[in-house]
Design a protein around this ligand. Structure first.
Ligand SMILES: *[C@@H]1O[C@H](CO)[C@@H](O)[C@H](O)[C@H]1NC(C)=O
Ligand SMILES: *[C@@H]1O[C@H](CO)[C@@H](O)[C@H](O)[C@H]1NC(C)=O
Ligand SMILES: *[C@@H]1O[C@H](CO)[C@@H](O)[C@H](O)[C@H]1NC(C)=O
Length: 139
């Protein structure tokens, strides 16, 4: 058990719960999922504010009782189904947004962005919009 926790702490054990990506790991994942380079720092800022780059996070209930899931903190009111059947606008279960494989989360985040822009995320709007963005020059 200690050994597993140690590996988790070192980020070497890919299937740990509570996986936190490093900034550059996250940038590489975004590139792998086809995110454009000119918006990369906004996405990094957004996800650092929303989830601290953790894949497994579920928010506390919002005022309407909905919850937000995963790296991009995507809401179950509109985008994912919190039942065991995939559904809503991204046609997925919310649980799929908690995976270390970010492809479902990433595809849904892009869809949200196409529809609403970065303003869909308070984390971005309040902390990133018009502010200095994270440095990713070494990634
Ligand atoms: C599923 O989401 C709806 C709407 O956001 C919410 O009212 C309901 O409590 C949620 N159910 C569970 C099991 O989280
Ligand atoms: C939703 O996803 C499932 C597979 O997870 C697929 O079988 C189904 O056709 C999809 N539905 C829509 C409307 O895209
Ligand atoms: C991630 O999941 C997608 C399908 O949801 C799959 O096509 C892809 O190969 C997976 N990537 C990895 C690295 O397992």
């Amino acid at each position: 058990m200690k050994w597993v926790l140690l590996l988790c702490a070192l980020g070497l054990f890919l299937h740990c719960e509570a996986r936190r990506l490093s900034r550059c790991e996250f940038v590489h994942e975004l590139r792998r999922n086809g995110f454009p380079e000119n918006k990369m720092r906004d996405w990094v800022c957004l996800v650092e504010k929303e989830s601290s780059r953790r894949t497994d996070i579920i928010s506390r209930p919002n005022s309407d009782g909905s919850r937000d899931y995963g790296l991009f903190q995507i809401n179950d009111r509109y985008w994912c189904s919190n039942t065991s059947q995939p559904g809503k606008d991204c046609n997925v279960t919310c649980k799929e947004f908690l995976s270390d494989n970010i492809s479902k989360s990433a595809a849904c985040a892009k869809k949200i962005y196409r529809r609403h822009g970065f303003d869909a995320w308070y984390g971005w709007k309040n902390n990133c919009k018009g502010k200095p963005l994270p440095d990713i020059s070494s990634c």
